[in-house]
Each structure stands twice: as C-alpha cells, then as structure tokens.
Design a protein around this ligand. Structure first.
Ligand code: ADP
Ligand code: MG
Length: 486
C-alpha cells in the first residue's frame, strides 16, 4: 500500500463507523467503495453501479446508507437480493457494520419459518435485507412497514430485473411511497435490463468501475475439451489434475447437480450439492460446510452463482456451456475475490467449445484451451510430484542444520536401515477411527459373568458368543479423498 492511498478516514463517515471498519481489519476502501463514498451528494441520487465481482460492492452501498442512519425506529433501508444465500451474506456484512452503532438487521428470506423474522422486526431493525417473495409477505402481513423506508438497494440488480422477479419487484416498488433513492449494484448490466432501469430508477447516475465487464484480471480462464458423454469422468480428471483446495462446480440443472455431487462423494471426494430443490436448512448446511472447509467441493446450480462470497475458493469449474456471458462471468467471479487469484475451468464438448469461442469472441476474455487431462497425464503429474517429494526427503542440504543431524544419524545405523525405517514410517498410515475392542470385550465378559451368576438356562448361548468374537472386529476409516488426490 502506498503512502498516499485513500483511507476510510478521508470520507465523511462517523467516528463509530470508522471504528467498526478498523475493528474488522479493513484499512483502505476498494475502488468501488471509494467511487460511491466520494460521489458528490450520493444520497440524493439514484445510482447504477457496475463493478466486477468480488470488488466490495456490499460495503460500497452499506457504508453511506448506514452512515446516514440513527439507530432506532422503523427500518429505513431495504436491500433486495436475488437468492436467499446472498441475502444472508449481505445481512452478515451489514450486521458487523451496524451492531457497534446499535443498529440491528432483519433478514427476510423464504424457506425458513416466518415467526423469528417477525420477532426480529418487532424488536426493532434499522436495516432489512431480503429476497423479494418474503419481503412482500411481510409487507402484506403488515409486519414490515414500507412507510419509513427511504433507501432501496437492488443487489445483483440486473438479475433481479432480468429473471422472474419483475412482478414482485413492481409490487414492492409500488409500496415504497417515501423512497428517496434506489440503487442498483451489479457486476454486469446487460442491454436487456436497460429499459427496466429507466423505468424503475429516476435519472440514475452511472458508476462504471470496470469498462469491460468480463475483466477480473485475478482470474485465469481455462477451457478443457472432453468427450460429450464422459463429462463426469472428465470432471474427476480435472479435479485430480488441478487439485483445487476449494472448488465450486456449476451444473446446468438440479438433477445434474445432485447426481454429480453424489457420484463425487461416492468416489471419495468431499463434495456437497446446493440447489433450489433442497430445503433452506440443507442449503445453509451445505454452504456452512463449504465455508468452514468441511467440504472441499460445492456442486451448485446458478443459485450459488450470484454474489456469494466464500474466501479461498481456488477454482470454479463450469460443466458445459453457460447460458450466456453474464452467467459465465458471475460464476467465474466466485473465485479471484478481494485481490486473490483464482482459476476458472470450463468443461466443454467439442461442439460446445465452438459455441463458446463464438460467445466470447467480441470480449477481451482470454481463455486458454486444452484437451482434458488424460489418465496418462495424471500419471506423469503423479511422478513429478513424487520426484519433488523425494528430492525434499533425500537431498541433504548444505547448511540449514540438517547435514550435521543426518551425519549423526548415519553414525548410529547403516544407511539401508535408516532409509527402510523412514519409508516404513511414511508409508504406514495410522488408521483413523476409535479403539473400541477392549471396552467391548470387558462388557461382554461382564455380561457373561452375570449370566453365569443367574444360572445359565440357555446353555447354547456361549457358543454363539465365541463365534461372534472369533469374527473379529475392524474399525473402518473414512477417507475424504481418493488415493493420490492430495
Ligand atoms: P462484490 O459484491 O463486489 O462481489 P463483496 O462485497 O462480496 O464483493 O466483497 C468481496 C470481499 O471483499 C468480501 O469478503 C469483503 O469482506 C471484502 N472486502 C470488502 N471491502 C473490503 C475492504 N475495503 N478491504 C478489504 N476487504 C474488503
Ligand atoms: Mg455482491
């Protein structure tokens, strides 16, 4: 960071908000945050803000809006998001910002009981984040009052206008009688939604942070061409080839998503599905497992494509042709977030590959094309890896303290013995699982004694018991990944 970097303190933000930001560990605003915070009279205008995925749009709208609020009273800010997960994520960011200022956030999403949401609203929430359907539900029940709402944010706004939400959005907008500003934030603003923007927003000012909506330089794009009937097998090879730490695999349909996740899990990969046919609890669970690192691979429909922010996603893998360029950009935008680098991999049949090339022709997107890695390639990779490992093990570096130690070891035992011992130690994997045998035998013996004391009427039982024991006991150990995939 250079000395003259713009800092949050350069803007007219309340000291307590500054403290909340600093406490969260953020030092400098991202470009989109800088642009919105520095926009003259930003609170008195409608906005369309276009900035690439992962560039910090949430805080870009949250900061000026929260800064303008005082705690207490009815909700004055309403943020609408196209998916439940995105709404929950945005609510999370608003919460750590608002809490130190005494501002609560109500999260109004479908698929979960409405009661707790009503309690949240009753207790008093300055900020509301939700999906359109459930927000309308609350407006109609009268549990959310539109009267006080002054700010409306459409997060991933083009998607909200684009798909199915039009009627719902209209219903909500009609009720916003005291609205002072409507802000639309998105990574992409395709032509198809321009007229809707004109219709819903009043003389919006446009802030375009990335002239080319496809360019997030932190993401490198690869396409692998695979046999059209071997997409799953190709996916496995790609996973073994790329060895992602954390990957989101996008499928076209819910069925394909569920199937792919199941097959991967059966093959020993730590994979979980997330799609719209799952209950909200399951969806949250899958996402939580992924965030916490319990699952390395999240297999998703586009429900997870928009806006989701999971740190450390090293790879996005798209199975098949995306429905359009926007979908491609949003999916790939789940990696390469907040300045980290990421890899987008698209798996295409030869026919799809031709279409993909046509799709991206007029954009500056740079995609490298490869045939899908084959078993032979994977073997070569494994040999390379082994060689590197062996080099690390066998070479005794000068200096670094190892050498003395190594020579001391050789003085005590001969080289062959040392090597064999080392290899054995490396090869031996202590089984996971629990030691249960002793406790089981003790318990069985106790039972046996008790039976003896009571007098054994059913003499035949002893024989059964011994044959049970002679069958032995093995504890199985689950493997998170298949052999050789580390
Ligand atoms: P977008 O909505 O543009 O896709 P997000 O608002 O989800 O991006 O932000 C992406 C990530 O960057 C989040 O993890 C967020 O916490 C982080 N982030 C946002 N602003 C800053 C900042 N000023 N400094 C450091 N990290 C930030
Ligand atoms: Mg976002």
């Amino acid at each position: 960071m250079s000395i003259d970097a713009v800092r949050f303190s350069d803007f007219d933000l309340s000291p307590r908000l500054q403290e909340a930001i600093a406490a969260h560990g953020f030092e400098t605003p991202t470009p989109v945050q800088e642009a919105v915070l520095g926009f003259p009279d930003v609170l008195s205008t409608d906005l369309v803000v276009q900035a690439k995925t992962g560039s910090g749009k949430t805080l870009a709208f949250a900061l000026p809006l929260i800064n303008d609020l005082v705690a207490g009273g009815a909700p004055r800010v309403l943020v609408l998001a196209p998916t439940r997960e995105l709404a929950q994520q945005t609510a999370g960011e608003m919460e750590w910002l608002g809490r130190p200022l005494g501002m609560a956030v109500a999260t109004l999403v479908g698929g979960v009981p409405i009661g707790p949401q009503i309690s949240q609203l009753r207790r008093g929430a300055s900020l509301v984040v939700g999906t359109p359907g459930r927000v309308i539900d609350h407006l109609e029940r009268g549990t959310l009052s539109a009267d006080a709402i002054e700010s409306l944010v459409l997060d991933e706004g083009d998607h909200m206008l684009d798909l199915g939400f039009r009627d719902e959005l209209e219903t909500i907008l009609k009720r916003m009688v005291n609205i002072k500003r409507t802000w639309l934030f998105s990574a992409t603003v395709p032509d198809s939604v321009r007229y809707l923007i004109r219709r819903y927003l009043k003389n919006p000012r446009r802030l375009v942070l990335s002239a080319d909506e496809t360019a997030n330089e932190d993401i490198s794009h690869k396409a692998f061409v695979c046999p059209s009937r071997k997409r799953y097998e190709a996916l496995v090879n790609v996973l073994l080839w790329e060895r992602p730490e954390r990957a989101i695999v996008f499928c076209a349909t819910k069925v394909e998503t569920a199937d792919t996740a199941l097959r991967l899990a059966q093959a020993g990969f730590a994979a979980h599905p997330i799609h719209g046919d799952m209950g909200q609890r399951e969806r949250n669970h899958a996402l939580e497992m992924f965030r916490s690192g319990g699952t390395g691979i999240l297999v998703a429909t586009d429900v997870a494509a928009r806006g989701l922010d999971v740190t450390g996603v090293t790879h996005v893998i798209q199975l098949g042709l995306p429905s359009n360029l926007e979908a491609y950009v949003h999916r790939s935008g789940r990696t390469g977030r907040a300045g980290n680098s990421g890899i987008n991999v698209t798996l295409l049949s030869p026919v799809e590959a031709r279409r993909m090339k046509a799709l991206v022709r007029s954009f500056s997107l740079k995609i490298s094309w490869f045939p899908v890695p084959d078993k032979k390639d994977l073997e070569r990779l494994e040999h390379l890896r082994l060689n590197e490992e062996l080099d690390k093990l066998v070479l005794i570096p000068e200096g670094g303290g190892y050498r003395e130690l190594a020579l001391a070891i050789l003085e005590r035992a001969d080289a062959a013995e040392v090597t064999a011992g080392l290899l054995a130690r490396l090869a031996f994997q202590a089984p996971r699982g629990y030691a249960l045998k002793a406790e089981l035998e003790a318990e069985q013996e106790r039972a046996q004694r008790d039976r003896g004391r009571r007098g054994d009427f059913r003499g035949g039982r002893r024989g059964d018991y011994r044959s049970d024991r002679s069958r032995g006991y093995t504890a199985s150990s689950g493997r998170a990944r298949p052999r050789g995939s580390r």
